[in-house]
Design a protein around this ligand. Structure first.
Ligand code: FAD
Length: 488
């Protein structure tokens, strides 16, 4: 039999003491969702089950004790660090869940300048880590737009990616080793080595698990020399979006590795660049030793200028724009004010596809959303992470919320748009989530995404979380309506 709310709180207080078991109603409500339900959040309307408690853990032993308590008593837990999730990964989908917050595990344990790696606890904010590394002439190379908000545990748990990914890769290319705790109480450490050939790469069980398999307590990531004085910026207007994708492809296929390679369609460009002048925008940044950035910038410029319909712009425009790209608490507060004042809301959904299908996905998503979604005020997007075999597409959309209560917005608009994006992406052979994770929102499409390999994901879930207490509903939905997967 499951424990009553009071018994759960009592058990947690026995483990952690009263101070670190929070049962304040406002905190609990705010902890029941993340930015997937941004409209509800702005209106302070909470539709998800309110957790029994939020607990602040200070070390691995405490994480272990809380997880074992939850596992033995069938209590759902939701791991959390920076609270910047945007796909519902932090929603407490089951009654009487416990949010385990690791943000007080915030020590940088070692900066190893010889082996070029840094080890930190899960709650280290990326911004403070990066600021202190830069003072020492070093960088993680990781720069998601949420750098001012996100913390190391969450960044690994979501398989995050940063703005310089074309050079440094995603977090999966940076993670060297880690320590994690499973619900049965097993504490596992994956050691720090440059590479090994000893069976499957078990780091990938941790990466992107979204708190549905284990709690990440410590991570070691690579570090690189920080040499901003050598940065080169390039920017272009380009008339045709499809040719823009071809330009990105050519840069990658010819073997160039800019840190940033981005293509904005004209709708998104209009919102970001006052010089876009009704055209799409291509931009690049090269980082690293001076000889490499010079050669990279010159090589890319030569390729792009040969493409029809391209107009170069002053490099300083790109540099200025780039320095104001990140989002912290201030931008989030400002956004809330604007949403409340206008009932107009902007949301993003990102996917990926190989070069042979990305334009088809883009064009068909834009067409369907334009035709099928009511009250739309903008649909567009950009590609911001490119590879030898393809790229991502980051759809950006705005709509007016008309004639509906805050709690009805999600199904009337947001889930409808998500469905279109997921359907078209799967139809053309892409992946429904490039870097924000499946959370609870896109988990409804997990079968379409995985196909026959769903067996492997499901087996991992059963093996590592046999009692079903790790962030239930994330990766695999708790309730799923096959006929109407977008309605939840
Ligand atoms: C304005 C904005 C911009 C963004 N830009 C980017 C971007 O450029 N690139 C990008 O990749 N993402 C981006 N995101 C999404 C988000 O910031 C990332 O997913 C980030 O990695 C989440 O880190 P966090 O510490 O905030 O994790 P949280 O939000 O606390 O948690 C995220 C998920 O990870 C799980 N989790 C958290 N901590 C742990 C842990 N210790 N152990 C196990 N599971 C855990 C949670 O259960 C949840 O499912 C953006 C978000 C916002 C709001």
């Amino acid at each position: 039999m499951s424990l009553a709310r009071e018994e759960i709180v009592k058990g947690l207080v026995n483990i952690l003491g009263e101070d670190r078991v929070i049962t304040d109603e406002t905190v609990l409500k705010e902890s029941s969702i993340d930015r997937y339900r941004k409209f509800e959040q702005c209106h302070e309307v909470y539709t998800q089950p309110i957790p029994a408690a939020v607990v602040y853990v200070k070390n691995t032993e405490e994480v272990r004790n809380v997880l074992m308590f939850a596992n033995e008593n069938g209590v759902n837990v939701v791991p959390r660090t920076g609270h910047s999730a945007i796909e519902g990964g932090l929603e407490t989908a089951l009654e009487n869940s416990v949010v385990i917050d690791g943000s007080e595990m915030n020590q940088v344990l070692e900066v190893n300048k010889e082996s070029m790696q840094v080890t930190c606890q899960c709650g280290v904010p990326l911004q403070s880590l990066e600021d202190s590394l830069r003072e020492q002439g070093l960088t993680t190379g990781h720069s998601p737009q949420s750098k001012p908000l996100a913390q190391m545990g969450g960044l690994v748990a979501t398989r995050s990616i940063g703005q310089f990914s074309t050079l440094y890769g995603g977090i999966e290319d940076m993670l060297v080793g880690c320590e994690v705790v499973f619900p049965g109480g097993q504490v596992c450490r994956i050691k720090n080595v440059p590479r090994r050939s000893v069976g499957p790469d078990i780091r990938h069980i941790v990466l992107g698990n979204e708190g549905a398999l284990c709690f990440i307590t410590e991570v070691t990531v690579k570090i690189f020399k920080y040499q901003p004085e050598n940065n080169r910026f390039l920017g272009y207007r380009i008339k045709d979006m499809e040719k823009g994708f071809q330009a990105l492809r050519q840069v990658m296929v010819e073997g160039y590795r800019p840190s940033v390679a981005r293509l904005y369609d004209l709708q998104d460009a209009e919102m970001n660049f006052d010089w876009a002048d009704g055209e799409n925008v291509l931009l690049f940044m090269a980082e690293g030793p001076a000889s490499i950035t010079k050669a990279t910038a010159e090589g890319i410029d030569e390729i792009v200028r040969k493409i029809e319909g391209v107009t170069p712009v002053d490099a300083s425009l790109i540099e200025t724009w780039f320095n104001h790209l990140n989002w912290g608490a201030e931008q989030i507060a400002q956004e809330k004010k604007e949403i409340l004042a206008t009932d107009n809301i902007g949301i993003t959904t990102e996917i990926s596809g190989c070069w042979d299908c990305i334009y088809k996905i883009y064009a068909s998503v834009v067409e369907r959303i334009t035709n099928e979604v009511p009250d739309l005020t903008m649909i567009g997007g950009h590609s911001s992470h490119s590879y030898i075999n393809g790229t991502n597409m980051y759809f950006v959309y705005y709509y007016n919320v008309v004639d509906c209560r805050p709690e009805d917005e999600i199904n009337k608009y947001h889930n409808l748009i998500n469905r279109i994006i997921c359907e078209e992406t799967v139809r053309f052979g892409g992946s429904i989530a490039h870097h924000h994770g499946l959370g609870k929102a896109r988990a409804h499409y997990v079968w379409e995404e995985y196909g026959s390999s769903f067996y492997m994901l499901e087996t991992l879930k059963y093996a590592f979380d046999p009692n079903g207490v790790m962030n239930m509903g994330t990766l695999i939905p708790v309730k799923h309506d096959k006929e109407h997967p977008w309605n939840f």
